[in-house]
Design a protein around this ligand. Structure first.
Ligand code: NAD
Ligand code: GLY
Length: 364
């Protein structure tokens, strides 16, 4: 099978460069995989929801290149993004007699992608891996840029490594089976790129949201492409988050507190980020950095995307406690990605009093 000509977004980090392929029919096409490194063993890591949909198609295509292709099916869900599940990948690799040339394929959403990437970073101190993201969120964010890891009961994504894939393959066909709630979660990460980096893109999203929500393929293709271009530029300038890359965490400080406070998996990551962006924009407004017109504009778009715009009433102290564990915090001071005017992000702290005020205003 030949795919339609894919769009290629390059990601250039100096020490390694790779491509993000975006198109239809990519997973089942042997040509997608032909330039990857050779290996005697390819392991597809997927989960119990995605495996019945796409694992056989990927396996058949990979068998054209790799003499041995195995599939490992993990339990599905954010609550399984743990050491125990990670260890299942190592168990499988060791039982199969994998060596340093083994190559892993992460077939799934961000949970599978983050865990498989981390397993690749650790196994024999590093083996090759490929991201095959199957959620919108994973295609526009988590599969790109090399953040890999697992959760700890005390904090999300606290254990991990920066480890880049060989290739990212965004097959738009797989988005057709994605539940609407997951589609909305992906839209949150797409919307994120507008206020932090590209107001023209924000306006494009506003104008094309209905097409995106009805899974129009050309709208999805452009949204994935533009998101990956912005992310590739940011990660190319600051791979290990010495500074600039932190802007990609817009909405995540409040969002991670919601996820951890409610228990992982109650709200989807994208839902928490969507609501977190509303809260961060309110805080930006309280600090005089954006006006209320912009707060209302962004809140309206996030609500139209089917995302919550009111946070859960966890209590101000619970939010603050979780946010102090955020990776951007310094010496106990919470630091937020805020908007310094529409289209520009800034990382800064705020007084607890103002943060609590925003939490009160934004929760129901
Ligand atoms: P997910 O991986 O849990 O996938 C969401 C659900 O959709 C799952 O039930 C999954 O099995 C199902 N699914 C996946 N593809 C499907 C398809 N094509 N059809 C039907 N169902 C499908 O969640 P997610 O939103 O993809 O990713 C969230 C995770 O990504 C979080 O753990 C978050 O921390 C992480 N993340 C990482 C980065 C990064 O830079 N590494 C960035 C953003 C988010
Ligand atoms: N999702 C945030 C980042 O990749 O840095």
């Amino acid at each position: 099978m030949q795919p339609t000509q894919p769009i290629t977004v390059p990601i250039q980090l100096g020490h390694t460069n790779y491509s993000i392929l975006i198109g239809k029919g990519l997973i089942g096409a042997p040509s997608t995989w032909e330039k990857l490194p050779n290996s005697s063993l390819a392991l597809i890591v997927t989960n119990s929801t995605v495996a019945p949909l796409y694992a056989a198609t990927l396996k058949t295509a990979l068998q054209e290149k790799y003499p041995r292709v195995l599939t490992l099916c993990l339990p599905d869900g954010e609550s399984f993004k743990t050491f125990e599940t990670l260890n299942l990948i190592f168990d499988q690799l060791l039982k199969a007699g994998a060596d340093r040339k083994a190559i892993l394929f992460a077939l799934g959403g961000g949970v599978v992608g983050d865990m498989t990437g981390f397993a690749a970073a650790c196994f024999m101190r590093g083996v090759a891996f490929v991201q095959v993201p199957t959620t919108l969120l994973a295609q526009v964010d988590s599969s790109v840029g090399g953040k890999t890891g697992i959760n700890h009961p005390l904090g999300k994504n606290m254990i991990g490594a920066f480890y880049q894939p060989e290739l990212v393959v965004c097959d738009l066909d797989v988005l057709q089976t994605l539940p609407n709630r997951e589609l909305s979660a992906g839209l949150a990460e797409i919307i994120k790129y507008g206020p932090i980096a590209d107001m023209t893109f924000l306006q494009w999203i506003e104008n094309n949201l209905n097409a995106l929500m009805s899974k129009d393929v050309s709208a999805l293709a452009y949204a994935v492409q533009r998101s990956c271009e912005i992310k590739a530029r940011v990660v190319g300038a600051d791979e290990k988050e010495g500074g600039l890359r932190a802007i990609l965490n817009f909405g995540h400080t409040f969002g991670h507190a919601i996820e951890a406070g409610l228990g992982y998996g109650v709200w989807l990551h994208g839902e928490a980020v969507g609501c977190g962006m509303v809260m961060a924009t309110h805080l930006s407004c309280r600090l005089g950095l954006v006006d209320e017109v912009f707060v209302n504009r962004l809140t309206t778009l996030i609500a139209r995307a089917g995302l919550p715009v009111k946070g859960p009433r966890l209590g101000g102290d619970v939010y603050l406690e979780h946010m102090r564990l955020d990776k951007k915090a310094q010496a106990g001071e919470i630091r937020f990605v805020l908007l310094n005017g529409p289209g520009q992000a800034v990382v800064m702290g705020a007084q607890d009093r103002l943060i609590t005020e925003v939490i009160e205003k934004c929760c129901s």
